[in-house]
Design a protein around this ligand. Sequence first.
Ligand SMILES: NC(=O)c1ccc[n+]([C@@H]2O[C@H](COP(=O)([O-])OP(=O)(O)OC[C@H]3O[C@@H](n4cnc5c(N)ncnc54)[C@H](O)[C@@H]3O)[C@@H](O)[C@H]2O)c1
Length: 285
Amino acid sequence: MSYNLLKGKRGVIFGVLNEQSIAWKVAKRCVEEGATITLSNTAMAIRMGDITSLAATIGAEVIPADATNVEDMENVFATSMDKLGGKIDFVLHSIGMSPNVRKKRTYDDLDYKFLDKTLDISAVSFHKMIQSAKKLDAISKGGSILALTYIAAQRTFFGYNDMADAKSLLESIARSFGYIYGRESGVRINTISQSPTMTTAGAGVKDMTKMLHFSDMMSPLGNATADDCADYCVAMFSDLTRKVTMQNLFNDGGFSNVGMSLRAMETYEKGLEEHLDDAGNIIYG
Ligand SMILES: NC(=O)c1ccc[n+]([C@@H]2O[C@H](COP(=O)([O-])OP(=O)(O)OC[C@H]3O[C@@H](n4cnc5c(N)ncnc54)[C@H](O)[C@@H]3O)[C@@H](O)[C@H]2O)c1
C-alpha cells in the first residue's frame, strides 16, 4: 500500500546486492512511495550480484562506486543529481563487510589490516559519503540520511566480532555529523538498528540462524523483517520525521529493551548441557 510519502523526492541507495538485501527492500518501497532513486554498489558487487536486473524493474540507474573511495562518492552524488534532476532528499548507507569475519579470525586474534578494512568499509565510508555530499551541496534542506546498524554496537554479541566496533563508530558518526549538518542546513542523520535478517552479509555472522531464533523468541513483537525495515526507512525519509536526528533507532520488535523472556529462558535451560565439552567445562565461544 502506498501513502505517497516520498512523492517528488530524490534518493540514493547504497548496498543492493540481491533480492534479499535490506537495501533492495528499501529501494522498492521508496519507489512505491513516489520517489525516484539511483542505486550504487562496488563494480565487483554489480558483476557478481543481481543489482542490474533489479534496478531495471524500478527504472533506477546503477552507479558503480567503492564507498571507501572519496572520488567515487563525489561521482555518485554528482551523477545522481544529474540523472534525477536536482538535489538529493534522502540517502541510505546499507554497507557492511568484515574480512576478519570472512576469514574466521576471532576477536582475540584480529588481523589489524583486516580491522582497518572493516572500519573503513562499514563505518568511515558513512563519513566519506556525507562529507562528499555536503561539499557538493548535494542534499536538499531538511534531507534525511540513514545508515543501518546492529545492537552489538551497545552490547556484546558472541561472534559479531570487529563489526561491533565498526557499528559503534558508525553510530557515533551519525551523531557527530548530524549536529553539524542539522545546524547548517536542517539535514537529519540517524541510524536504524535492525533485527538479525537473513541476507548475504547476515549469513556471514557466526551462528546466524540460532541468533535469529533467539532474538525472535526474546522480542515481544518478534524480529523485524527487511520489509519492516523498509517501512521504517520510508517514514524516516518522509517529511513526517523532520525533527528526528542524531538518533540510533531500534527496529527490533522490542528486543533491545527485554532482559529475559520466559520462552527464551526455558529453551536455554533445556539446552544448557550442549554448551559443555566432554570434560564438563563450559564452552564460552
Ligand atoms: N542482515 C542482518 O542481520 C543485519 C542486521 C542489522 C544491520 N544490518 C546491516 O544492514 C546493512 C546491509 O546488509 P544486508 O544484511 O542487507 O546484506 P547485503 O550483503 O545484502 O548488503 C551488504 C552490502 O554492502 C556492500 N559493500 C561491501 N563493501 C562495499 C564497499 N567497499 N563499497 C560499497 N558497498 C560495499 C555489498 O556489496 C552489499 O551490497 C549492513 O550495514 C549490515 O551490517 C544487517
